[in-house]
Design a protein around this ligand. Sequence first.
Ligand SMILES: [Ca+2]
Length: 503
Amino acid sequence: MPLTRRAFLATPAAALAQQQQPPPARPNVLWIMADQFRFDCLGANGNKLIRTPALDALAARSANFQNAFVQAPVCVPSRASYFTGRYPHSHKNRVNYTPLDSREALAQQMFHEAGYLIGSAGKLHYYPPTVQHARSLGWDRVQLDDGVTATDQYSDYFTWRSLVDPEPMLPYQTAAPIPGKNPYRAAIAYAYTPTAWTGMEARRMLGEFANSGRPFFQFVSFFKPHSPYTVPQPYDVMYDNVEIPLPKRVTLDDIHKLPLPVQKQILRGKPQYDLDRGRLEWIYRSYYASVSMVDREIGALLSDLDRLGKASNTIVIFSTDHGDQLLEHGLEGKNVFFEASVHVPFLLSFPGRIAPGNRDELIEMVDVLPTLLDSCGLPARKNIQGRSLAKPHQRDFVFAENIIPEVITSGSLNLPYEPGKGVGGILHPDAKMIRTRRWKLNYYPGNGGELYDLQNDPGEERNLYTDPASQSTVRELKDHLLDFLITADETDQIAPHWLVGNP
Ligand SMILES: [Ca+2]
């Protein structure tokens, strides 16, 4: 009597045949990150002046999120949120140059457990900032360069350059301007810059991984376009004749209308709010040129991915840890909740699985890790707070948070924080942002707040926080914020034995 299909599947022979079938190939992950990259500095996001052909080509085959927000406008907390899928107040890595709690699980460890080959080239920004520490956090291959002189002694880039650059003693951030030309013209040659090195190491690693026969998770992390603005030839002249619109000038009076923590941030160290407009023009040209440099390296990397036959089964994402004010509201850099700092570009490409095109929904960067796990068929831990973008996804608001003493005590200021008394007139260190499609509320306990109507005031110039007509909106957003803070880290707050299937 012939075996029915059901009876055959129950036989030992069928079990063996199933075992011998190779499992379906898991997709690879190529995660590209740039540091301090503005949303509006992508051709694909509507900038007609900037040259980003590689990222524009990637955007054309990606879901290009128009309303993506970071969890913190500062490097380490934002990056820790990307890699844990958790909010800063939950993972608690709230300020730069502090270690992450070793109980937190990171993306690369989750992919390592699933059998992936794991690699990183470029900036990680861990503490301590060593290769040994990075390896202990799950990376099989690490080529490290955190991009600031304080960490150069641990940098693989620095070691490499000392061997290959005919002028290795020339600091990599030094300018060598020609009178009348770009004052940020770099002394170093392009081939020896951290940007070129990161691209080169990333391509080398990708080649190795592509030939390994294993799925891979590769992180490629550029320091640029983060300041200093120095750019090597030929990028120093790339935007010489381009008139880039500059932000509105602000006065000390404008700054003094903001909540005290924001004033302190804008006026810390050597305030730049009244920077010479000619100098500012060169800052914009050099920032744009840095973006174009990063774009060049991304183009070479993606072309390798294609050449190696891996493009069709690789998820590619492009992300950044925060934006750059570039003197909007009188501030260089970030550490504030203005759109230029928290609203970021985010591209997600997964051929055949994620439909290309602009996506309008509000998303948070804690959503990135659950999206990658979901797309690769891997389970997500219960305490991950983001939501997969590969599934129907709707948020009524996004959330960000920021530790204020971090931003006012860095650089030339070094004020201690005293519990109960605060620092520099700021009573409590923490600040929270909640942003709907129309409204943004920033709250500084003990120091007031900001409310902006983004629909009628996209430049965030009219603070309505104390405006009598806006009080119901302030109350409603504060209610959302309170509900969010109570429920966001539910799995950390509720007894473990109540959590079904908690690892
Ligand atoms: Ca950063």
